[in-house]
Design a binder for this molecule. Structure first.
Ligand SMILES: NC(=O)C1=CN([C@@H]2O[C@H](COP(=O)(O)OP(=O)(O)OC[C@H]3O[C@@H](n4cnc5c(N)ncnc54)[C@H](O)[C@@H]3O)[C@@H](O)[C@H]2O)C=CC1
Ligand SMILES: O=C(CO)COP(=O)(O)O
Length: 333
C-alpha cells in the first residue's frame, strides 16, 4: 500500500545534525510537512531560511520548506517524530517529546550507563507509546545528494511499519519494514564498533584481506550476540545489520571508520576528538556492547579489542597480534 491514504502528513524531526538534516530533506521530498527542532536554534533557522546546515553539512544545498521549531514542545502536534540525536542523549531528549504519535528512533547505539538498546530506553521514557527504529546503510550526505538508499524500519505493529515506509519513501529512498525491532537496533549499534576496527585495519595498512576477514568475523560477533538476545538472523543479515556494516567498514564517509583510521595511523582518541562536534557512536557503545555480551556469556573478540584500544590503553600492534594468535577453530562454531 502506498500513497497519501497510508501515510502520515506532518513529520517532526528532533536533531539538526547531519542525519536529522538529511531525514528532514527526505521527508520534504516525500511530500510531507516537516518541522525540525535542534538544540542549537541557529542551526534549525539556517536550515529553514537559508537551506543550509552551516555546522554539519555546510557545502550542500538543502530542500526548502523545512520549518524550524524553536521549542521542542512545538513537535507535540506532529503525526510522527523522528528522533535523531546521539544515542547517549536519547533518554534526556526523548523525555521532552510531547504528543502521542509514534516516535521513530534514528540513533544507532547502546546507552552506556544502562546497557539498554535505544527502543528499550524509549520504552522506559515514553511507556505505552508506539516506537519504531529506522536504520540501515545511509550516509547522510549521499541521502541529501539524492543518491539511491535503502533502509529498514522496524516496529512491532506491521501496519504501522507499512505506513512509516509509505510516509518516507521517495524516488531514491526505499524503506523496507520488519517487526524485528531488537535486531535492527542491535545491528546498527554493533556495526559502529566494528567500523572503528575496520578503520584501524585501513589506517595501519593491514590490507584488503584483513578488511574482508574483519567484516566477516565482525558479522559473526554481531550475529552471535543478536541471536542470543532474540534477534532474527535474517534481520542481522539485512540492510540494518550486514548492509550497514559493509557500508561503514568500507565507506570513507564513516565517522567511526575515520576515528579507527586515525588511531591506526598513531593518533590518540583524545587528540582525534579534540574540537570535533560530530558524534562517533562506537566509542561509547563499545563497552556497552561488551557488558551486554558478558551477561549472555557471548565472546566478541574484535569488539573487545576495540574497547581495549579506545578505553583501556591497550597497545594497538600487540592487540592485533593477540587477535591473530587466538586458538584455531572450526568456522561457524
Ligand atoms: N550521519 C549519518 O550519516 C547517519 C547517522 N545516524 C545516526 O544518527 C544519530 C545522529 O547522528 P548525526 O546527526 O549524524 O550526528 P551529528 O554529530 O551530525 O549531529 C548530532 C546532533 O545531535 C545534537 N545533540 C548532541 N548532543 C545532544 C544532546 N545532549 N541533546 C540534544 N541534542 C544533542 C547536536 O546538536 C546535533 O544537532 C547517531 O546515532 C548516528 O549514528 C544514522 C544514519 C546515518
Ligand atoms: O550509520 C551511518 C551510515 O549508515 C553513519 O556512520 P558513521 O556514524 O560511522 O558516520
Amino acid at each position: 500500500m502506498t500513497g497519501s491514504m497510508a501515510s502520515f502528513d506532518h513529520i517532526g524531526v528532533v536533531g539538526g545534525g547531519a542525519w536529522g538534516t538529511a531525514l528532514a530533506c527526505l521527508a520534504r521530498r516525500a511530500g510531507r510537512r516537516v518541522t525540525l527542532w535542534s538544540r542549537d536554534p541557529a542551526i534549525s533557522h539556517a536550515i529553514a531560511e537559508s537551506h543550509v546546515n552551516p555546522v554539519y553539512m555546510p557545502d550542500i544545498a538543502l530542500d526548502d520548506g523545512i520549518e524550524a521549531a524553536s521549542d521542542i514542545a512545538a513537535l507535540a502536534g506532529c503525526d510522527i517524530v523522528l528522533l535523531v540525536c546521539p544515542a547517549q542523549a536519547v533518554r534526556t531528549v526523548s523525555a521532552k517529546i510531547g504528543g502521542t504519535g509514534p516516535i521513530v528512533i534514528c540513533a544507532k547505539g547502546i546507552e552506556a550507563k544502562t546497557g539498554l538498546l535505544m527502543p528499550e530506553v524509549l520504552a522506559e521514557c515514553q511507556p505505552g507509546r508506539a516506537i519504531a527504529v529506522l536504520s540501515g546503510p545511509s550516509f547522510a550526505e549521499e541521502v541529501v545528494r539524492g543518491l539511491p538508499t535503502a533502509v529498514s524500519i522496524a516496529t512491532a505493529d506491521h501496519e504501522l511499519g507499512r505506513r512509516l515506509a509509505a510516509t518516507l519513501a521517495a524516488a531514491a529512498f526505499r524503506p523496507y519494514w520488519t517487526h524485528d525491532v531488537l535486531g535492527v537496533a542491535l545491528g546498527g549499534a554493533v556495526k559502529n564498533v566494528l567500523a572503528i576496527a575496520a578503520g584501524i585495519v585501513e589506517g595501519r595498512g593491514l590490507g584488503t584481506n584483513a578488511a574482508a576477514a574483519l567484516i566477516t568475523r565482525g558479522f559473526a560477533e554481531m550475529a552471535r550476540l543478536g541471536q542470543a538476545m532474540g534477534a532474527e538472523l535474517e534481520t542481522l543479515a539485512g540492510l540494518s545489520g550486514l548492509g550497514d556494516l559493509v557500508l561503514t567498514c568500507y565507506g570513507p564517509l564513516s565517522r567511526n571508520r575515520s576515528l579507527g583510521s586515525a588511531l591506526g595511523k598513531g593518533m590518540t582518541l583524545a587528540g582525534y576528538m579534540e574540537g570535533r562536534r560530530q558524534v562517533v557512536e562506537g566509542q561509547a557503545t563499545a563497552p556497552a556492547v561488551l557488558a551486554r555480551a558478558a551477561r549472555l556469556e557471548i565472546e566478541m573478540p574484535i569488539c573487545t579489542a576495540v574497547d581495549a584500544i579506545l578505553h583501556r590503553g591497550a597497545d594497538l600492534d600487540q592487540t592485533i597480534r593477540g587477535l591473530l594468535a587466538r586458538p584455531l577453530r572450526r568456522e561457524g562454531e
